[in-house]
Design a protein around this ligand. Structure first.
Ligand SMILES: *Cc1c(COP(=O)(O)O)cnc(C)c1O
Length: 394
């Protein structure tokens, strides 16, 4: 098999052809600045409104509650820092979890240097927060709770509606990083009591560098970028029109195809999990229940390094991701895997395969034929494995 088998859809997706086709004219034919008065600008102004409507509809929000951003990280920064600074007079306490994306964790760490106090909630072995712990963590000075909708590494889908309910009862604003959820599982901001929500186009077959933040009407938030009147002054700068068009088209398609796509992904996911679990000393990371993202597989192979698995998979033309954060250059084990109770050895030996619409059952079969051989070979080279064989225990 020469073709690349891409199983890293949680990192990013390709842009679907139908999406790209809708974007192209906004680079050339329709180039008018939406803020200008002449007639060629009307097209671009109109398409932004129409795109905003589509995004609002997809999550059951109102048009004026959608703010386009430069991606998921930007939406998270906007929500957390913008809300914190605008509401400092009401309190300085924020609650989040230990398994958030770095866009949330590093925004919170920044706020800790600027007079805010942050509580990082623990999660259980499957990555779920404890609702009772959340309730008791809320105090008079709490202004914001930010808990991700679904985890990008282990696929855990949090009880978002219940979290939102608790926040409403306690009069605290609730933000959710829904970058992995939107376009993949049902999201309804009204029904789920969500006050702010981040999403990014390149996680649901749209273009990179464009996202959105939903901000419920009436919520006070600082401007993210100061300048012109774009995005009602909250995020100034001439709009990324082609990106916005691509985002809304991709989201519309993802919502329309959600049932069909997720049923297929769940079938492929479960086949992959079942097959991989036949390899000895292998454990599933993340939930066993239905509260797992349709495309997420994350397993830990003991006694070996995830980096080694990735390099061997790359030799076999498979793109995947490991339980180590390669972002820093140094190999830090993933904060998510540590938070669900894995030790450093097990976290390092983890592999994430995130599947998507481009994958086939043949590709799953291919994976199931190559991974056991790779694990075998790497274990034979691993001192940890030989120790284990000698002692029978570790
Ligand atoms: C990808 C991702 C982000 C970051 O989004 P970008 O568009 O890459 O900035 C944030 N949160 C989660 C959960 C993600 O998966």
């Amino acid at each position: 098999m020469q073709k690349v088998v891409y199983m890293d859809y949680a990192a990013t997706t390709y842009t679907k052809k139908e999406v790209l086709d809708e974007m192209i004219p906004y680079f050339s034919e329709h180039y008018g600045n939406p803020s200008s008065v002449y007639s060629i600008s009307r097209d671009t102004r109109k398409v932004i409104d129409a795109s905003r409507d589509k995004v609002a509809k997809a999550i059951n929000a109102e048009r004026n509650e959608i703010f386009f951003t430069g991606g998921g990280t930007e939406a998270d920064n906007f929500a957390i820092k913008g809300f914190a600074f605008a509401n400092f007079n009401k309190g300085n306490h924020i609650i989040t979890s230990k398994i958030e994306h770095h866009a949330v964790l590093h925004s919170c760490a920044y706020l800790e240097k600027h007079g805010f106090e942050v509580t990082y909630l623990d999660v259980d072995q499957e990555g779920f927060i404890n609702l009772e712990q959340l309730k008791s963590a809320i105090k008079d000075s709490t202004i914001l709770v930010s808990i991700m909708f679904a985890n990008n590494e282990i696929g855990t889908i949090q009880p978002i509606k219940e979290i939102g309910q608790i926040c409403r009862e306690k009069n605290v604003v609730f933000h959710t990083d829904a970058v992995q959820a939107v376009g993949h599982i049902p999201v309804d901001v009204k029904e789920m009591n969500i006050d702010m929500l981040s999403l990014a186009a390149h996680k649901f077959y749209g273009p990179k560098g464009v996202g959105a933040l939903y901000i419920r009407k009436g919520i006070k938030i600082d401007n993210l970028i100061h300048g012109g009147a774009q995005e009602r002054g909250k995020r100034a700068g001439t709009e990324n029109i082609a990106g916005i068009v691509g985002l809304s088209k991709a989201l519309e398609m993802a919502v329309n195809e959600m049932d069909k796509s997720s049923r297929r992904l769940i079938m492929l996911r479960d086949k992959l999990i079942t097959g991989l679990m036949e390899i000895p000393h292998t454990k599933l990371n993340g939930p066993v229940s239905e509260n797992r993202l349709p495309g997420n597989v994350n397993v830990c192979f003991r006694f070996i390094e995830g980096e080694g698995i990735l390099l061997s998979l790359d030799d076999m033309n498979v793109c995947a991701s490991s339980g180590s954060a390669c972002t820093s250059g140094a190999l830090d084990p993933s904060h998510v895997l540590l938070a669900i109770g894995l030790n450093h050895e097990r976290a390092h030996g983890s592999l994430r395969l995130s599947i998507g619409d481009g994958n086939t059952e043949e590709e799953v079969d291919y994976l199931l034929s190559v991974v056991p051989k790779i694990i075998n070979r790497l274990r034979n080279m691993s001192p940890l494995w030989h120790d284990f064989i000698k002692k029978g225990e570790i």
